[in-house]
Design a protein. Structure first.
Length: 338
């Protein structure tokens, strides 16, 4: 029985009031797992809090000169935007102060960020603000996060091993989309739920309970300017989409494209290109968390040769090709790859 059904039976002992807040939902879910001791719940709250702060910063970026670049490149060789840095600081601080994460890796930093909480049970991989080149033109951007239970002993310094466990070892994953509204979508390995942020209340409210993505779709998302560099099987698949008069939608912001396709049915493609022969997107804090969430919502995510979640990670910022979305569309694409 999911939360919405439970609301229909007000007499149910665990009935939750209409308009469940994220906090109430997290507490409710925690009671469903007797062994849960609350640390993961608190970690999710810490991430949600940082999301509220980024929501505020993003929504006033043009007013307090937060748009534009820092004039430096990040470790990825990309122009670091002011809000990239702010988001990185805000999430790192929220997770350090929350005490539940012993370490973080971030798209914005080369190495492991040690929080000093060596008794924290969890590690977090995060892309604090993906798609940040869109900030200056008011296009949706997003945070992507992935949570693992550490494998190194509690009380010791975390190591790379805690982060290189593999995608199927994630205990939770999700994203926060700063768009026409701000929505936090995440899973702890069971259902996928979306919570829309109401800034007037300072609360995330359950708006998309138990998301199941359509098995098929007619939306495809890729950078058409790169198509000539794609392998022939991908080009053949895209030709088929055009012949069937599918809809091309590509915002240049992974979280926004992913979220639309999750709800409406579609496929996002970032194949290997001449400029990015291993693909552009990062495995640990983009592909793994979205693939974990996608599979829980009934989607597929592949590198073209294997399921994203079955890729063995070898280093923190490694990249991968990514094809993710409606299972029928992904399977049709893979069937055309050599
Ligand atoms: P391109 C943003 O930099 C990002 O990582 C994703 O959010 C987005 O889908 C993709 O790269 C856009 O890349 O090469 O099409 O500009």
């Amino acid at each position: 029985m999911n939360v919405q059904q439970m609301e229909l039976t007000a007499s149910h002992p665990l009935a939750l009031p209409v308009g469940v807040t994220l906090d109430r939902y997290i507490m409710h879910r925690q009671t469903a797992f007797p062994y849960a001791t609350g640390e993961l719940s608190q970690l999710l709250r810490d991430i949600a809090l940082a999301g509220k702060i980024i929501h505020r910063e993003v929504n006033r970026a043009g007013l307090i000169d937060l748009t534009g670049g820092m004039g430096v490149q990040n470790i990825q060789g990309e122009s670091q935007q002011k809000l990239d840095m702010i988001a990185n600081i805000r999430f790192s601080r929220a997770l350090k102060n929350g005490g539940e994460a012993c370490a973080i890796i971030s798209e914005e930093e080369e190495g492991i960020i040690y929080t000093g909480n060596n008794h924290g049970k969890y590690v977090v991989a995060i892309d604090p603000l993906d798609g940040s080149s869109n900030i200056d033109v008011n296009v949706s951007i997003g945070t992507i996060f992935s949570i693992y239970r550490r494998v190194t002993p509690i009380g010791t310094d975390p190591t790379l091993d805690d982060f290189l466990q593999g995608g199927r070892r994630q205990v939770a994953a999700g994203y926060i989309l700063y768009g026409s509204s701000t929505i936090m979508v995440y899973t702890t390995g069971h259902s996928v739920n979306g919570f829309t942020y109401d800034a007037s209340l300072g609360e995330y409210i359950l708006s998309h309970p138990d998301i199941h993505s359509p098995a098929n779709g007619q939306i495809y998302s890729c950078n058409d300017g790169h198509v000539e560099g794609y392998e022939t099987g991908v080009q053949a698949y895209l030709d088929g989409c055009r012949k069937k008069q599918f809809t091309a939608r590509y915002i240049g912001s992974l979280v926004a494209d992913f979220h639309r396709n999750l709800l409406k049915g579609g496929i996002y493609l970032y194949p290997p290109t001449r400029k990015a022969p291993d693909g552009k997107l990062r495995l640990l804090y983009e592909a793994f968390p979205l693939a974990f969430l996608a599979e829980k919502a009934g989607c597929l995510a592949t590198s073209g040769h294997k399921a994203i979640l079955d890729i063995k990670p070898t280093h923190l910022h490694q990249r991968t090709p990514l094809y993710i979305g409606a299972p029928t569309m992904v399977e049709n694409l893979v069937g055309m790859l050599s």
